[in-house]
Structures are given as structure tokens and as C-alpha cells.
Design a protein around this ligand. Structure first.
Ligand code: RIB
Length: 309
């Protein structure tokens, strides 16, 4: 499998506390274990794709600090080409404050730091990565003008675009029409469309020019909407301990499958399997499965998306 994946996005150090329940407004609670864990939606998706066997490069920014150095080291250990990840002195590395409750649910607050310094100039400096890539993967933890510039460069080079609109904001038809596959979760789909039901969100996104939509639905699996057809892909049954980065596991594995030549449905099944395995483990990047684990899991489930090696 050698179709290249380019990820443009965030790198964060996750500061994670496990708690019995998620705190209410105004409530102080005593948590349990604390850990610093490599995360950031962009980096998580890059690692998820790399662990599926795709050649991955990433464009992003970290600060000139210990967290930045650790994130860069971890990405390189996963085989990611980190040459276009810039160490910026103007801001600290992004962090995310995360609480995870006993049911595996979470709250996440991001302080973007250096991620907000990722500019269109960084993309132009790494332009060759766009022509080399089969698939561009991008999220919304970086400045909007950088997202726009990445989409324009992808169009110039004929690179397919997978956009994970997280954190959600309304995007408009100009952006959405440049996206090949949009992958929001249910909350993001409602927030970005300002609608109250999933059905209304789907109709609004299609009317805004979305060509292929994959809604990730947590323990309900995923819904693929493409070419006037809808297909529900049920989740694989697992016991969830921590859902942080489950969406990133889906997006990264999906992108690896797509770059490797899979059709949308088969790539989405691969994403579903990676997400299922990720929720059985704690943390963002430590939870992301490797190809050999996903293959074995799919075989147990009697399912084979046929990802070429
Ligand atoms: O999707 C999970 C990620 O969101 C975390 O790793 C955190 O860093 C935030 O970006």
C-alpha cells in the first residue's frame, strides 16, 4: 500500500485526568490518574494512517519546548515525515485539557498555542508534499485561512481532500465544494449546519455541495451518504474505556484505505474497525491500533476490507 497521505493540522500534548464523572459548571471534583499523552487531531490522524501502513507526511507547528520536542519525536517514531512540522518560537506547543469519566466519556478544551501560527506560507514552503500526496487530511484546529490555502493547493495538484470539521464551525459552500469526503460526528454535523436533527443536517450539507459524507455515530457506527445512496455501517461491538481520538482513528485509517485504493465503503469499514479498537484503550495516540491488529480484529469479525499491503 503506497498511496501517500498528507495531514495538515494540529499537534497537542494532552493533559489527561481520569474522573468518576465529568465536572458540572461550578463544581470542583477530585480526579484520579494524571498523564501527559501525545495528541492533537492532526497528529492523531497522521499516526492512525501511518499505523495502517500508509506513507504519511505532516505539515504543522509546535513550540520550542519540551512538549513540542516530544511530539516531533513520537511522530518520527511512527514513520511520519516530519520535515514540514515547524518549531515556532512565538507560542508554546498546543495543549488539550482532557477529563475522562468512568464510562470512557470525555470533555476536551484546547489551548491552540503554536497551532494558530500555522500559516499559508508554511504550506507554500512544503508545496511538494501536496503533489506527492494521494489524499489530503485536514481538520479545523488551525487558522481558517490555512485551511482555505490547503484546499486550494490540493485542488491545484489533484489531491483528494478528506475534511474532519472538528472543532465544528459553519464552513459555507465555497469550502465544502472543495472537499471530497466530509467526516463529522453527529454533534459537529448539527453545529456546523445550525440544525436540530441529523436528517436536517444531512440535507443542509448536501445542499451546500458536500459530495460524500460520512457521519461517525459513536456506538452506532457510521453512515455513508454518497451518490444519492445511504449506507449504515454498524459499529463493531467492544467495551469502551476511553473514546478520546476514536474519531481520529476512524479518519486516519479511512484516509490510509482511500490512499491505498479502497472504495469509500471498504475504507469506512477499516475506519470503523480502527475506531472500535481505539476505544478499548486509554489516551489519544497510544490507543491508535496498528495494521496487524486491525487485520486480526476484522478477521475475528468475519470482515475483510481488502486493504492492499
Ligand atoms: O480528537 C482528540 C484530540 O482533540 C485530542 O488528542 C486533543 O489534543 C484534541 O485535539
Amino acid at each position: 500500500m503506497n498511496g501517500k497521505v498528507l495531514v495538515v493540522g494540529s499537534l497537542n500534548m494532552d493533559l489527561v485526568v481520569n474522573t468518576a464523572h465529568l465536572p458540572q459548571t461550578g463544581e470542583t471534583i477530585l480526579g484520579g490518574r494524571f498523564a501527559t499523552i501525545p495528541g492533537g487531531k492532526g497528529a492523531n490522524q497522521a499516526v492512525a494512517a501511518a499505523r495502517m501502513g500508509a506513507p504519511v507526511s505532516m505539515i504543522g507547528c509546535v513550540g520550542a519546548d519540551g512538549f513540542g520536542a516530544e511530539l516531533l519525536r513520537g511522530a518520527a517514531q511512527d514513520g511520519i515525515d516530519t520535515r514540514a512540522i515547524t518549531v515556532e518560537t512565538g507560542a508554546p506547543t498546543g495543549i488539550a485539557l482532557i477529563t475522562v469519566d468512568a464510562e470512557g466519556r470525555n470533555t476536551i478544551v484546547v489551548a491552540s498555542g503554536a497551532n494558530q501560527l500555522l500559516s499559508p506560507l508554511h504550506l507554500l514552503a512544503a508545496k511538494a508534499a501536496f503533489s506527492a500526496a494521494e489524499v489530503l487530511v485536514i481538520q479545523l484546529e488551525i487558522p481558517p485561512e490555512t485551511v482555505g490555502a490547503a484546499l486550494a493547493l490540493a485542488a491545484e495538484h489533484g489531491t483528494r481532500v478528506v475534511l474532519n470539521p472538528a472543532p465544528a464551525r459553519p464552513l459555507g459552500a465555497e469550502i465544502l465544494s472543495q472537499v471530497d469526503i466530509l467526516i463529522p460526528n453527529e454533534v459537529e454535523a448539527l453545529q456546523m449546519t445550525g440544525t436540530a436533527t441529523l436528517e436536517a443536517a444531512i440535507e443542509t450539507l448536501l445542499a451546500q455541495g458536500v459530495r460524500n459524507l460520512i457521519l461517525t455515530l459513536g456506538e452506532q457506527g457510521a453512515l455513508l451518504v454518497s451518490g444519492g445512496q445511504r449506507m449504515h455501517l454498524p459499529a463493531y461491538p467492544v467495551r469502551a474505556v476511553d473514546t478520546v481520538a476514536a474519531g481520529d482513528a476512524f479518519v486516519g485509517a479511512f484516509a490510509a484505505g482511500l490512499a491505498g485504493g479502497l472504495e469509500l465503503e471498504a475504507a469506512a469499514r477499516l475506519g470503523n474497525a480502527a475506531a472500535a479498537l481505539s476505544v478499548t484503550r486509554a489516551g489519544a495516540q497510544p490507543s491508535l491500533p496498528r495494521r496487524i491488529e486491525v487485520d486480526a480484529f476484522l478477521q475475528e469479525q468475519g470482515d475483510t476490507p481488502g486493504l492492499p499491503r
